[in-house]
Design a protein around this ligand. Structure first.
Ligand SMILES: Nc1ncnc2c1ncn2[C@@H]1O[C@H](COP(=O)(O)OP(=O)(O)O)[C@@H](O)[C@H]1O
Ligand SMILES: Cc1ncsc1CCOP(=O)(O)O
Ligand SMILES: [Mg+2]
Length: 272
């Protein structure tokens, strides 16, 4: 179902997360596992991190959404990811893909291609270089950080939306969420977010929480980046550096209210 995308709709998604506490199954990387579980808890969702091939089907079955993040791959984990995505396809569980470092190695590129063959993600959330890489455009990847601005990836997002008809979320100084025929920009966040590892992975996990309570994938993706951005603004006002930013960001996810969204959220809508 498509509904109007505005601050009220984002606030409703936030309140639904707090009311329903959706179980979000994550197969994510070693670097961010703890941060993303804490972020999901703080916003009101219920995280489960599980990657054993023997149990991922059961985990997907009881979860409201699945988050797959390719940050620290190994063959056994890749198999578990494919099994989990296959189960998500069977149970129609929405799933989010974070293609961390796409383009940096053949293993990452092949893993993304193989996951797409099982079932394309409901939401693809990455930085501009990763999205451009997936769209086979000239996105130079340096480590896991983006070397392109998010607006440069819009053309790639348009191409991906046309092929897969899903939602593409491109993070950066301005976040861009693209779905069939439209894109929404979120003008929030803080440059300090680039100084803390795993903020993109956290954004992806929060996408999972929003998808767990919201069928409209564009609204879910916008809500996730809106929550990230406004909490980033709230945390940056108190932080003295990356360490305290991380702490205040978690508190902001816990404290953020519809009023905070009303006062701070800056959304802009365009045709794609
Ligand atoms: N220069 C910036 N100004 C404001 N917010 C930013 C900036 N860069 C990234 N962000 C925010 O940080 C989060 C992670 O985005 P990004 O750094 O692009 O992801 P990744 O870590 O996957 O490369 C997003 O919520 C995004 O809005
Ligand atoms: C540094 C690093 N190395 C492998 S995964 C990872 C975390 C990347 O997280 P993000 O893309 O959210 O900054
Ligand atoms: Mg990332």
């Amino acid at each position: 179902m498509t509904q109007e995308i505005n601050t009220q709709a984002v606030a409703d998604v936030l309140l639904a997360i707090r009311e329903k506490s959706p179980l979000v199954h994550n197969i994510t990387n070693y670097v961010v596992m703890n941060n993303t579980a804490n972020a999901l808890l703080a916003v009101g969702a219920s995280p489960i991190m599980a990657h054993a091939q023997e149990e991922v089907r059961e985990m997907v079955q009881i979860s409201s959404s699945l988050v797959i993040n390719i940050g620290t791959l190994s063959p056994a984990w890749i198999q578990a990811m494919e099994i989990a995505v296959d189960q998500a396809k069977k149970t129609k569980t929405p799933w989010v893909l974070d293609p961390v470092g796409y383009g940096a190695s053949a293993l990452r590129n092949q893993t993304v291609a193989d996951l797409y063959k099982v079932c394309p993600p409901t939401i693809l959330r990455g930085n501009a270089s990763e999205i451009m890489g997936i769209a086979a455009q000239a996105g130079a990847i340096k480590g896991v950080d983006s070397t392109a601005a998010s607006h440069e990836a819009l053309e790639a997002a348009r191409l991906l939306v046309n092929v897969w008809n899903n939602t593409i979320s491109i993070s950066g100084a301005v976040d861009q969420v693209a779905s069939a025929g439209r894109f929404t920009q979120i003008h929030n966040g803080s440059a300090l977010m680039t100084q803390v590892t795993g903020m993109g992975c956290t954004a992806t996990a929060i996408n999972g929480a929003c998808l767990g309570v919201c069928d409209d994938t564009h609204l879910a993706a916008v809500s996730a980046m809106a929550l990230m951005g406004v909490c980033g603004n709230m945390a940056a006002e108190k932080a003295q550096g990356p360490g305290s930013f991380q702490m205040y960001f978690l508190d902001a996810l816990y404290q953020i209210s519809p009023d905070d969204l009303e006062q701070r959220l800056k959304l802009e809508h365009h045709a794609l």
